[in-house]
Design a protein around this ligand. Structure first.
Ligand code: MV4
Length: 457
């Protein structure tokens, strides 16, 4: 039995976790940095502990201070949210060693899936399709060229420790490949202290489709369908939806079964996501596994009716899943727009500052997960997410109409936001037809920019 959860995070996800705890009758502890003393996650919690200065390394990323806060507050479990320490295997290990309940997958799984080559090998082992590529690591440019000549150009060089697009380089010929091996390895060495690389064939204009799974501590694993997260900019997702307009019932079943096969093979527990690339011919390939609750989890909640964070807590408490795969049904369609303190007209430059006025949207099928309020100061020290607007409809057309309606109701004054960008995407025919790939922003941004300028005039 979990009685008190320390939430090792801030912002909207800290509120999201505390809401789940409250519904389950569990007390909550907030940790915060000095500049977050007035933040909503501190007010939402039953108690709070200031753990350090504004730098994440002094507070939200500082393991000894988070552990000290757990100790003095008497918390018996820790939820890491996303980002910060969520996929830090050492932290998960320390939490467990201190006999606290870690609300997430085991440290071993976090560590194994954090190695992208090991994750790829696990997928192959489980019979889950991967993009053709090297068998394990490539040790130098000569070996990379050898592999590329067998699988054919173009190829993608990837860092085993990669993430967020870092340490990843496409190459269309031998010359590009030789330079890609050097730049990808150096970048990965600098970012992750690990320059090891592997090679895959390049999938051009793919969609990013990911499958949400839940696994309990008794070996039961099921999937909650997919999310389409193709609308990204520099590996930052901007809009997500469930189900994917590119996935039919048969593909959904096959991708879901593949995700569950992999999760079973690695004995996964808690909520997790299996990320796939979907090519233009409808083939899907395993990319990586995310061992955390994700920003975009609400679209899955809206179409399944489940509370994924509550399920994570029940799982961590040792409860078996209360449903089977056949109990999971996808109802209607949900879309999430990430509302960021960024100016889409100025290359999405961050716009920290004070929120001078806020009018949240509402009405049927509308959910707003946010930590902001009038007079809240958006700090330049943390990510620029102000909130997530999620709209549900009986079908995609209704969800789109609701989102456009809700976005136009929403007022945030004081800082420029990504709302004007979202309004243009939602009105764009490529998006409306469900045809956006991961190349969408690159291919469409000029038009969207012009449309934003025209709308403002
Ligand atoms: C790829 C790819 C094309 N071919 N792998 C980006 C981050 C990581 N999750 C995997 N990524 C990609 N891997 C092969 N073999 C293209 C991407 C990619 C991408 C993937 C998902 C969403 C947006 C993307 C943007 C650029 C590249």
């Amino acid at each position: 039995m979990i009685e008190k959860v320390l939430v090792a995070n801030r912002g909207e996800i800290a509120l999201r976790v505390m809401r789940a705890c409250r519904e389950l009758g569990i007390r909550t502890v907030a940790v915060h940095s000095t500049i977050d003393a007035d933040s909503l996650h501190v007010k939402f919690a039953d108690e709070s502990v200031c753990i350090g200065g504004h730098l994440a390394s002094d507070s939200y990323l500082n393991i000894p201070r988070v552990m000290a806060a757990a100790e003095i507050s008497g918390a018996d479990a820790i939820h890491p949210g996303y980002g910060f320490l969520a996929e830090n295997a050492e932290f998960a290990d320390i939490v467990t060693s201190c006999e606290l309940t870690w609300i997430g997958p085991s440290a071993e799984i976090i560590s194994r899936m954090g190695d992208k080559n090991a994750a790829r090998m696990a997928a192959i082992e489980a019979g889950v399709p991967v993009v053709p590529g090297s068998e394990g690591l490539v040790k130098d440019a000569d070996e990379a060229v050898e592999v590329a000549e067998t699988i054919g150009y173009p190829v993608m060089v990837k860092a085993v420790a990669g993430g967020g697009g870092k340490g990843m380089r496409p190459a269309f010929d031998e010359e590009q490949l030789r330079s890609a091996v050097v730049t990808a390895s150096n970048e990965a060495q600098a970012a992750f202290k690990n320059g090891d690389l592997y090679l895959e064939k390049l999938v051009q204009r793919p969609r990013h489709v990911e499958v949400q799974i839940l696994g309990d501590l008794h070996g039961n694993i099921l999937h909650l369908g997919e999310r389409d997260c193709s609308i990204q900019r520099r590996h930052q997702k901007l809009i997500e939806e469930a189900p994917s307009p590119a996935v039919d019932e048969d593909l959904r079943r096959r991708m879901g079964e593949a995700a569950v096969r992999l999760a079973k093979a690695v004995d996964y527990s808690s909520a997790g996501t299996i990320e796939f690339l979907l090519d233009e011919d409808g083939n899907f390939y395993f990319m990586e596994m995310n061992t955390r609750i994700q920003v975009e989890h609400p679209v899955t909640e809206m179409v399944t009716g489940l509370d994924i964070v509550k399920e994570q807590i029940r799982i961590a408490s040792g409860e078996p899943l209360r449903f089977r795969q056949s109990d999971i049904t996808i109802r209607g369609h949900a879309i999430e727009c990430r509302v960021n303190a960024e100016d889409p007209a100025r290359n999405f430059a961050p716009t920290p500052g004070k929120i001078m006025a806020l009018h949240p949207p509402g009405g049927p099928g509308v959910r707003l997960d946010t930590h902001i309020y009038a007079d809240y100061v958006v700090s330049p020290h943390y990510d620029s997410l102000l909130g997530k607007l999620i709209c549900h409809g009986e079908d995609r057309e209704e969800a789109v109409a609701r989102m456009r309606r809700a976005l136009s109701e929403m007022v945030i004054e004081g800082v420029a936001t990504s709302i004007p960008f979202h309004l243009q995407v939602l009105g764009d025919e490529v998006f409306q037809e469900g045809k956006a790939t991961t190349a969408y922003i690159e291919e469409r941004m000029e038009r969207l920019k012009e449309a934003m300028a025209a709308a403002e005039a």
